[in-house]
Design a binder for this molecule. Structure first.
Ligand SMILES: NC(=O)c1ccc[n+]([C@@H]2O[C@H](COP(=O)([O-])OP(=O)(O)OC[C@H]3O[C@@H](n4cnc5c(N)ncnc54)[C@H](OP(=O)(O)O)[C@@H]3O)[C@@H](O)[C@H]2O)c1
Length: 242
């Protein structure tokens, strides 16, 4: 149940990409619990509906939108539909992401490289391109990019994923400077291993790994911070090494 004493995001609209499972679902549920109208984006309607059901069972609002972040037309259509129906987007969480951790870069197929970079990096560009103008017109907003500690460290057998997240960090720092004059805060979160379907996390103890709710908690902290400041980057680690 949402804590009705804590409706800090009442009247606000949050769009979360990749909201059908894992970290994105947890973020959507958390923000809806704080009173936001949430827009749940992803390629699979069924999983988005499952998240929407959890939100509505708890008394919140989740709107399902099928959207592929690698497809500019799909993202632009979603943005213009939402502007017409909801009228505002206060929070954009760029969470959709994929990985491939199967082997060294020289053995990777170009198609796999393209899929990772197109989702994890180009997709964020498409979403910012499509949603930031609405925030600029509204003179405010918060963009949160879900990166990874793989965007800070070397990741053998995950070089394309690491490259996408290093790129995402550079994109985030730069866009934060571009948009702060418009009263738009851009933050990037770099979690360590999270217990989701993204990767097998071989050799790691799932009990010690971060949970999707841990990332959602950080998102909630960022978007409820008082307006005159923002945490531009958060490195999130499990307390016990998994
Ligand atoms: N799990 C970890 O250890 C970890 C650690 C640090 C950072 N992260 C980051 O956290 C984010 C979420 O990861 P997760 O662990 O929650 O992964 P996940 O459980 O595999 O979920 C990924 C989500 O992204 C969506 N998605 C994938 N491609 C998409 C596309 N082209 N358009 C729209 N949505 C798309 C998926 O939905 P559909 O397939 O239905 O579209 C799914 O809902 C990713 O950016 C990941 O890099 C994860």
């Amino acid at each position: 149940m949402p804590d009705r004493n804590e409706q800090a995001l009442n009247g606000q609209t949050a769009i979360i990409t990749g909201a059908g499972r894992g970290i994105g679902a947890a973020i959507a549920i958390k923000l809806a619990g704080l009173g936001a109208t949430t827009v749940l984006c992803g390629r699979t309607r069924k999983t988005l509906e499952t998240t929407a059901d959890s939100i509505s069972a708890a008394g919140g609002r989740g709107v399902v939108r099928e959207c592929d972040v690698t497809d500019l037309r799909s993202v632009e259509t979603t943005a213009s539909e939402l502007e017409n129906t909801l009228g505002r987007i206060d929070i954009l969480v760029n969470n959709a992401g994929i990985g491939s951790f199967a082997g060294p870069l020289h053995q990777m197929e170009p198609r796999a490289w393209d899929a990772i970079l197109n989702t994890n990096l180009r997709g964020v560009y498409y979403c910012i391109r499509s949603f930031a103008p609405m925030m600029i017109r509204a003179r405010g907003g918060h963009i949160i990019n879900i990166s990874s500690l793989a965007g800070k460290n070397a990741l053998p057998n995950g070089a394309a994923y690491a490259a996408s997240k290093w790129g995402l960090n550079g994109l985030s720092y730069s866009v934060a400077e571009e948009l702060r004059a418009h009263n738009i805060r851009v933050s990037v979160i770099c979690p360590g291993s999270v217990d989701t379907d993204l990767s097998p996390h071989e050799g790691k103890n799932a009990e010690k790994m971060l949970k999707p709710a841990d990332v959602a908690h950080v998102v909630a902290m960022l978007v409820t911070q008082s307006p005159q400041s923002f945490a531009s980057e958060v490195l999130l680690r499990p307390t016990q090494k998994p």
